[in-house]
Design a protein around this ligand. Sequence first.
Ligand SMILES: C[C@@]1(CC(=O)O)C2=NC(=C\c3[nH]c(c(CCC(=O)O)c3CC(=O)O)Cc3[nH]c(c(CC(=O)O)c3CCC(=O)O)/C=C3\N/C(=C\2)[C@@H](CCC(=O)O)[C@]3(C)CC(=O)O)/[C@H]1CCC(=O)O
Ligand SMILES: NC(=O)c1ccc[n+]([C@@H]2O[C@H](COP(=O)([O-])OP(=O)(O)OC[C@H]3O[C@@H](n4cnc5c(N)ncnc54)[C@H](O)[C@@H]3O)[C@@H](O)[C@H]2O)c1
Length: 150
Amino acid sequence: MTALYPLALKLTHKKVLIVGAGKVALRKLTGLLDTGAEITVVSPEILPEIQKITQIKIIERPFESEDVKGFHIIYAATNQPAVNDSVAQNIEDWQWFDDTANPQTSSFYTPAVVRVDGLVVAISTENKDPVRAKSVKQKLTDFLLGSIKS
Ligand SMILES: C[C@@]1(CC(=O)O)C2=NC(=C\c3[nH]c(c(CCC(=O)O)c3CC(=O)O)Cc3[nH]c(c(CC(=O)O)c3CCC(=O)O)/C=C3\N/C(=C\2)[C@@H](CCC(=O)O)[C@]3(C)CC(=O)O)/[C@H]1CCC(=O)O
Ligand SMILES: NC(=O)c1ccc[n+]([C@@H]2O[C@H](COP(=O)([O-])OP(=O)(O)OC[C@H]3O[C@@H](n4cnc5c(N)ncnc54)[C@H](O)[C@@H]3O)[C@@H](O)[C@H]2O)c1
């Protein structure tokens, strides 16, 4: 596999679309909320925790192919692989796309992120072991918090 390339992106005023509004979508949203991105969610059913978020636009219906137009970053996070695939098929070359359940069609993956004392550390397993990314995040957080105290 070719090497992945990490970036620290400024997302202020960038347009982000999340297709689906379940548990995975909520996790992506949680990571994006403080970034200044302009976030839209499209999904027929919306988790109550997502419904409560005031600074995002919610479109309460199934995905339509035109929805991806103009978005810089698009996540497919539905529980329907065929819907995620139809999002992928409408992505243009300049758009960044993450099918949260399909590395083949994705052009990036979402890392686990640690923010401690002015450091931002992103941990990726190159999509091989997300649970390991979560566990390394916890250990690194404990280590960094410990190193601040000492
Ligand atoms: C790091 C984190 C960031 C985030 O999501 O924001 C993240 N997953 C997290 C948690 C988590 N993921 C899963 C569980 C349930 C475990 C269980 O069942 O016990 C939990 C734990 C939980 O939920 O607590 C399962 C899982 N995840 C993926 C699949 C594959 C699939 O669906 O096919 C499966 C099913 C696997 C299976 O069933 O075998 C795929 C992806 N998960 C990624 C990221 C990307 C790759 C990152 C990398 O390179 O390592 C990618 C490709 C999605 C993407 O790129 O968007 C976040 C850490 C939370 C934190 O920060 O605390
Ligand atoms: N990336 C990860 O970390 C991870 C972890 C576990 C599972 N998964 C995968 O992600 C999928 C989603 O998981 P979840 O727990 O969020 O599921 P979920 O059931 O909580 O949510 C699915 C969402 O998709 C929406 N949806 C269904 N059809 C749609 C359509 N036509 N248009 C737009 N939205 C539509 C539903 O309304 C719902 O909001 C799972 O099926 C699994 O394959 C990924």
